[in-house]
Design a protein around this ligand. Structure first.
Ligand SMILES: Cc1cc2nc3c(=O)[nH]c(=O)nc-3n(C[C@H](O)[C@H](O)[C@H](O)COP(=O)(O)OP(=O)(O)OC[C@H]3O[C@@H](n4cnc5c(N)ncnc54)[C@H](O)[C@@H]3O)c2cc1C
Length: 219
């Protein structure tokens, strides 16, 4: 799927989206890029040079581009919020189990107050992310004239931030083991970092959606 800017003999028509095969003349792929995390989703650059895209490959034209883009971003935001809520939950549960088993200072980590405080904070964050992502699904998938997309964006931003914070503490509770690939929390932490960037950098998403909040929010 490719999003494009469409012109007719130099005149700007607007945006569009097409489904194109990667064996069209002029399309090439860069080598696999191994990111810090998200290794389950292989990434590479795709180069287009003087590629002719037949008109019937166009799925969405300028007439419905804005609405289609909002639908796409809305579903993307909701999905990312759900996935990263799951990541936060996994990191919390890994840390909880580890803290029950690891003995330090003569007793399990979970009996030390500082670890209890961390676990409670993680638990609170996971529950908040769970509640917010569910609420956003409900608001943004209810049929309406317009999508309240500020909620799916806010859920994406919030849940990815929470996932990063919870995964960070989960690594800390694991001590040096948390840095080892043998422990799941190291993968969760690396994946969580990408959530603040993938599907739009969180800061920029906020700047974009504040306009929807200013326009639509009713006390
Ligand atoms: C795991 C993963 C999977 C991805 N999958 C896909 C995919 O399938 N398809 C796809 O098309 N893309 C994909 N991306 C790319 C992703 O959408 C972009 O990386 C993301 O939108 C950020 O763009 P950028 O990397 O160009 O950063 P930039 O936009 O260059 O941002 C760099 C920094 O500048 C800041 N910044 C940017 N604009 C402004 C501004 N106007 N004012 C102030 N600060 C600003 C940002 O907050 C950030 O800190 C993926 C990325 C990741 C991490």
């Amino acid at each position: 799927l490719i999003w494009m800017t469409l012109y007719d003999e130099g005149r700007l028509l607007g945006g569009g989206m097409a489904l194109i095969p990667l064996d069209l003349p002029g399309i090439s792929r860069g080598k696999l890029i191994k990111l810090l995390g998200s290794h389950d989703i292989p990434q590479c650059e795709i180069f287009l040079e003087d590629v002719h895209i037949p008109e019937d490959y166009l799925l969405i034209g300028p007439d419905i581009y804005e609405a289609a883009m909002d639908t796409f971003l809305n579903l993307g935001g909701l999905s990312v919020a759900g996935v990263f809520t799951g990541l936060a939950r996994a990191a919390f549960e890994e840390a909880l189990n580890y803290a029950k088993q690891r003995i330090q200072g003569g007793k399990p980590l979970v009996e030390h107050q500082i670890i209890q405080a961390k676990l409670f904070d993680m638990f609170t964050k996971v529950e908040a992310a769970r509640a917010f992502s569910r609420a956003a699904f409900s608001y943004c998938l209810t049929p309406a004239d317009t999508i309240p997309i500020e909620y799916s964006t806010a859920a994406k931003v919030y849940c990815t931030q929470i996932a990063y914070e919870v995964a960070h503490e989960a690594v800390q509770i694991h001590g040096a083991n948390g840095l080892s690939p043998e422990y799941l929390v190291s993968k969760l932490f690396r994946d969580a970092r990408g959530g603040l960037i993938g599907d739009g950098c969180n800061e920029v998403l906020g700047l974009k959606r504040i306009h929807n909040v200013l326009e639509n929010y009713r006390p």
